[in-house]
Design a protein. Sequence first.
Length: 192
Amino acid sequence: MTRKDYIEKINQNLKHLTKDELKDVSILTTAQYGVRLKVAEKEYIEKEIANLTPQLQQQTLPVVPECVAEWIEILKTKGLKPLKNPETYGETGFTEEKLQNIVFWISEHQEDYMRAWLDGYTVEKPQLFYLKNKLTTSYLALDINTGYYEHWGEEIIPKLPKKQGYKLSFTQQEIDSMQTGSYEQIKVEDGE
């Protein structure tokens, strides 16, 4: 049946209807049109969601310092809200300095903190440094077993990380707690 035949058949059927029946047909036609619009709108929205989902999944998670990650896990484990103040919550075991670092980071990165709370996070890897003595050109190494610092030549750097019990690279926080006046900080590149 062609479209023209279909329209002609509808018109013949409509001629036999009373005025009240025609009103009902009009109401039903309008309702059916509204339903079709809603179905089309729903399909459009579902298509948009399908198109946006991969983009949202590709967004990287916020990077948070290790102390903030610990704080988030404490709160979630205890079923507490994300806006609990670390300085007024006494059961963390954190030092006062660590608590202040958490509060400062959260205040400076509120959006990242809430995204980390809701979506998850990646823990920040602290930048590591070698400490090279400016006078002797040897590198500082910590014997983890004894707690004593030793000096090693440059040729040992590639071998030392494989050697058990020695630490050759240090975080900025560790360096700040040492007296390193005669040492040059050399960034450890990723993969070293």
